[in-house]
Ligand binder design. Sequence first.
Ligand code: ADP
Ligand code: MG
Length: 330
Amino acid sequence: PILANQIAAGEVVERPASVVKELIENSLDAGADRIEVELEKGGCKLIRIRDNGGGIPKDELVLALQRHATSKVSTLDDLEAIISLGFRGEALASISSVARLTLTSRTAEQAEAWQASAEGRDMAVSLRPAAHPVGTTVDVVDLFFNTPARRRFLRSEKTEFGHIDELLRRLALSRADVSLLLRHNGKLVRQYRAVRGSGLTDLQQRVLAVCGKEFLSQALHLHSEHHGLTLSGWILPPPAVTDSTPEVQYFYVNGRMMRDRLIAHAIRQGYLEALGVECSPSFLLFLQLDPHQVDVNVHPAKHEVRFHESRLVHDFVVSVVRGALDEGMP
Ligand code: ADP
Ligand code: MG
């Protein structure tokens, strides 16, 4: 099934950052609260993700590298209300069809760790004993080594690293409870320490680490609930947006970062109604709603959503953004 896996990889694996995304989602699904990302050459040479999650039992290691071996979807209701982040059961198989992938893992029940990798033309999976604490390490070496056409689409080391750095920022903002480390070419480049509580000041520590002092000190905080919708977070009132403010445009729906047209429009509309002029908004917003009110699987990259009551969501976002700006500005 290597060809089928390579075709599937076209959907999932576009560049090093997409590998990192899938692997970190797996770590989060496994309950990890400490995740280390190690890269060489922007991830093109090496991506290593180490987590302290529950690990993969020895007898499931081989299976985990095979397609549709998801342990996560058992009933239709699971599909409809996806709480777990990953659910397609093909990320590992896809990645291992376009790179050299090694999976090393130990569960709390096992005395020793095991390592699996797919090798050779037939991608036969071999299993051997290894040394590893409870948790999982995935090594992805030489991405696209066997698919030259894809390898040509890789950009410079700096660009590929930038995509991964940005991905980590997004994740860091949605999971302040998880410690995230990023190493590049042997150097520690980011360290987002886990914050202890779930209150506003706890979240603020993480926002500070990711978005910077300038954003946090000037942004207006908002929190609003209406008809089962909760919107909270920060927006920056213009003209506070300066050259040194990194671009902050993050919108999360039930903890997932989204780039949605409807939402983008609603935020711009809120600014327009409050200020009377178009401007480029800066925001970090979290929308919570009943998972049954939203389809997240519209696009395989999972950036787009479909709200069942899109009008309601749109108008709610407009009014909360406008209200916060009206209130927060002289
Ligand atoms: P999916 O996440 O959609 O189930 P994947 O191909 O990403 O599919 O992973 C296959 C399976 O391997 C998962 O269902 C899970 O059981 C296991 N797995 C992968 N990564 C990890 C990890 N870091 N910790 C624990 N289990 C993992
Ligand atoms: Mg997955």
